[in-house]
Design a protein around this ligand. Structure first.
Ligand code: ACM
Ligand code: ZN
Length: 530
């Protein structure tokens, strides 16, 4: 009797929580699945508080994340229950399904998701989640077979220019997960703040994580600063917590430790890292500073290896990002240590000295069983065949690297810098760094354009970047990310783009999904502004 009462009470709760929707129609899923079969007017599977998730393999993380997400979307009293047997949403793996892919069969009684891996199950559940929200729990019966186009589907987050809390980073990860992104490139160090605790060098965060103030505006005449200190950092315990949180959502975090440039915060903390050991501040201005690490002194290499040892211990990612971009050579030209190193190593100039530093650091990273990735400046001093290159200064670096046999990630600035304005008029967008990347431009992008057939194989993926000079809070970050991330997810995951009308109707549905998640999405695309 007690059980029956429970069932009646629960069923009533669900009727209240999930009112019946009209009969099923074609689902609008972003990114577009590889194959879908849905018939108008077909039966529906009713997702209710009583729906169980039956986990056959080990995909408990995926199931738990889904259960909690559904609870939030529908304001349920409890997350959906996970079980080892019974009826409901059944998730399992099968080696005949592509690694990150999944197949999903929905009938009136059950949903069966078969992933090529636990990640595949996770992506299947993300698709089901979108459908649950679109159809208010009354999910149309049908069939989906899906797999990603690119293995590396990245989004970057700069937490140096502005610091974002652990909860903010987790929220960012939630947004990526809903778009089937699988890499978070975490930009942890730069001139304006060192954000990760390194036990061996406590000064890095004690001194290097706080700047005294921040430039106001673009720094055109007259320059002004806000007089407000800004800072923050993640303890190693917090880093481990974030790494685990991301792993539960099948996102690998790639840490970036900038070297030898973009390191003024580190030089402030440890002046012996610089050529002239002069005291510099944690930078309060944006741009490219001449204050860089000395590439001549052995103590710099020792420092970098010690830092990377701790970083590698914290992050299981195979790829470790060493920055390498925008390193002026002014100090090196005047430095006796740098000049002595150039001579001793038989190098021709300062560019080659940077190549020497990068190659030496790569060797160290490989000795730890990992792989190095860097911005495309790592090509300038002569890149090794094993480095992965992130092409940001356009597409030329990526093409050159791929033709030489290096793996590449395409993130050309004019298409992938999501800190750029979304409209031409810039009205209502607040002050941003510049540029112009509307939704449509991202959606139309072919990352293979310009590559030979052979070199295409070396493009492991695509990434968009969120630099935060002008982004001070999560609401603004979200507004820059959404809805453009939906377009990027289509480029990363789907094999082909749809026509303008179809993507627009998909995006109207996605906008409702963002609302249901409580995420701040920019209105411009929906208002027809670009
Ligand atoms: C970069 O935007 N400096 C990689
Ligand atoms: Zn030097």
């Amino acid at each position: 009797m007690r059980r029956l009462t429970q069932i009646i009470v629960a069923a009533f709760a669900i009727i209240v929580a999930l009112p019946m929707a009209a009969t099923a129609a074609q689902p609008h899923i972003i990114p577009e699945p590889s194959y879908m079969e849905f018939e108008d007017g077909a039966d529906v599977f009713s997702l209710t508080q009583n729906t169980k998730i039956i986990v056959y393999d080990d995909a408990w993380d995926s199931a738990a994340v889904f259960a909690e997400d559904i609870q939030k979307h529908f304001n349920l009293k409890r997350p959906l229950r996970l079980a080892k047997r019974g009826n409901g949403i059944k998730v399992r793996t099968d080696k005949f399904v592509p690694a990150e892919g999944y197949e999903m069969t929905i009938n009136a009684k059950e949903v069966i998701i078969t992933g090529g891996s636990e990640a595949g199950i996770f992506y299947g559940l993300q698709t089901l989640r979108q459908m649950a929200v679109e159809f208010n729990g009354q999910i149309p019966c049908g069939y989906i077979a899906d797999e990603p186009s690119f293995a590396y589907r990245g989004v970057h987050f700069d937490v140096s220019r502005h610091f974002f809390s652990v909860d903010d980073v987790k929220r960012y990860i939630d947004i990526l997960a809903a778009h089937k992104v699988n890499r978070l490139h975490w930009h942890l160090t730069d001139d304006q703040g060192w954000r990760i605790e390194i036990k061996r060098y406590p000064e890095l965060t004690a001194k290097g994580s706080m700047r005294s103030e921040t430039l106001v505006g673009h720094g055109l005449n007259p320059e002004k600063w806000d007089g407000t200190p800004h800072g923050g950092y993640y303890t190693q315990e917090e880093v481990r917590d974030i790494v685990r949180y991301a792993e539960q959502r099948y996102i690998t975090i790639i840490p970036e430790i900038e070297m030898p440039g973009h390191a003024q915060a580190a030089l402030h903390a440890l002046p012996w890292l610089g050529c002239n050991e002069q005291i510099v501040d944690v930078w309060t201005t944006w741009g490219v500073t001449p204050e860089v690490m000395c590439a001549g002194k052995e103590t710099t290499y020792e420092f970098l290896e010690n830092v990377l040892t701790e970083v590698i211990d914290l992050f299981p990612s195979e790829l470790i990002h060493i920055g390498g971009d925008e390193c002026p050579k002014d100090r090196w030209k005047e430095c006796e240590h740098c000049q002595a190193k150039i001579k001793a190593e038989g190098l021709e100039n300062e560019e080659q000295l940077q190549g020497y530093l990068v190659a030496r650091i790569e060797k160290f990273i490989i000795s730890k069983g990992r792989k190095m990735i860097g911005w495309d400046e790592i090509l300038d001093g002569g890149v090794t065949p094993t480095a992965t290159v992130m092409s940001w200064r356009g597409i030329k670096g990526g093409i050159y690297a791929a033709e030489r046999g290096n793996e590449v990630v395409m993130t050309p600035m004019t298409l992938c810098y999501f800190n750029f304005y979304q409209t031409e008029s810039r009205e209502g967008e607040g002050l941003q760094i510049g540029g112009h990347i509307p939704f449509e431009m991202v959606y139309a992008w072919d990352p293979y354009a310009g590559f030979s057939e052979e070199a295409k194989d070396k493009v492991i993926g695509v990434q968009c970047n969120m630099w935060t000079e002008y982004l001070k809070d999560m609401a603004t970050v979200e507004k820059m990310l959404l809805p453009r991330l939906a377009a990027m997810a289509e480029v990363q995951w789907a094999t082909e783009r749809r026509d303008e009308t179809t993507i627009r109707s998909k995006m109207e549905v996605m906008r409702e999904f963002y609302n249901s998640c409580g995420w701040n999405c920019a209105p411009y695309y929906f208002d027809g502004r670009k």
